[in-house]
Design a protein around this ligand. Structure first.
Ligand SMILES: [Mg+2]
Length: 274
């Protein structure tokens, strides 16, 4: 079994590790499950996310942790292999992952030489930066969004997410971005390259519109946990494409009670639907 785990709302909330999570990760790896992590967070450095897992007593291989920043770089490479010079309206982490993939993000004063546009959460957003992104986008170049999350939880409130910035650019250029983040199943597809081919993929997440929807569109069993965004009421009234197959109170409940049920009814590995 390959667990495709969301992070915020499943493993931790803000800076607090959720109860039972270190134990759940330990049990899951003892059972021989492959643990894979997929987060729409596109601004935290990859190493910082690995350190976070390490602080929970879990050592993850770098390739088993997929962020929206890495997925964006992989998406550009996969769909538009000739692109070399993206203009980035987003975090330094996005620019860094594009450089790691062999691309050369162009500076703001040279934006008209860009051959692609990548937009995500930019904590230093300005009207000037939006103007540059619009100029690039109006040239008809490939246009990628790290993710479309309109808001994200921070401490005890919500802040505007990448999706809010992507929407501004989309409105100014008159076309939609290609989304690298969940609910696109791209991250799951990329992560499963790290899993043994016979693994049964199972999605565990707290967000119906991203994690569960991505899992359903890929054709994988999905488990919603109640430690994050989705409430029991929201799950009960969810539209079919966002309705999880199973509900668990938390990750420990998912690993100890729900996963054995999934294994019991499984008739073998499911291949991803592209
Ligand atoms: Mg989450």
């Amino acid at each position: 079994m390959a667990l495709l785990l969301d992070m915020d709302g499943v493993l931790y909330r803000g800076s607090t590790v959720l109860p039972g999570v270190p134990q759940a990760l330990d049990i899951a790896s003892t059972q021989g499950y492959t643990l894979l992590f997929a987060t729409n967070n596109g601004w935290a450095p990859h190493e910082q996310i690995l350190d976070r897992l390490h602080s929970m007593g879990f050592s993850a291989e770098p390739g088993t942790v997929m962020t929206a920043a890495i997925a964006s770089a992989r998406l550009l490479h996969r769909h538009w292999p000739a692109t070399r010079r993206p203009y980035v309206l987003g975090s330094e982490e996005v620019a860094r992952q594009l450089r790691n993939a062999g691309l050369t993000p162009v500076p703001s004063d040279d934006e008209m030489t860009a051959d692609s546009l990548v937009v995500g959460l930019d904590l230093h957003l300005s009207y000037r930066k939006l103007t540059h992104a619009q100029a690039v986008g109006l040239q008809g170049v490939p246009f990628v969004a790290t993710d479309l999350d309109g808001a994200y939880p921070w401490e005890d409130r919500w802040l505007p997410g990448s999706g809010a910035i992507v929407a501004a650019v989309e409105a100014s250029v008159g076309r939609k971005a290609t989304n690298a983040g969940k609910p696109s199943p791209l991250m799951y597809e990329l992560l499963l390259e790290c899993a043994p081919p016979s693994s049964i993929p199972v999605v565990v997440g707290d967000n119906l519109k991203t994690d569960i929807c991505a899992g359903r569109s890929a054709g994988f069993p999905t488990v919603a946990v109640l430690t994050g965004i989705a409430s029991a009421e929201a799950i009960a009234t969810a539209v079919p494409e966002e309705r999880p197959d199973y509900v668990a109170s938390d990750l420990l409940d998912a690993v100890t009670r729900v996963l054995p049920q999934i294994l019991a009814v499984s008739d073998g590995p499911v291949s991803i639907v592209r």
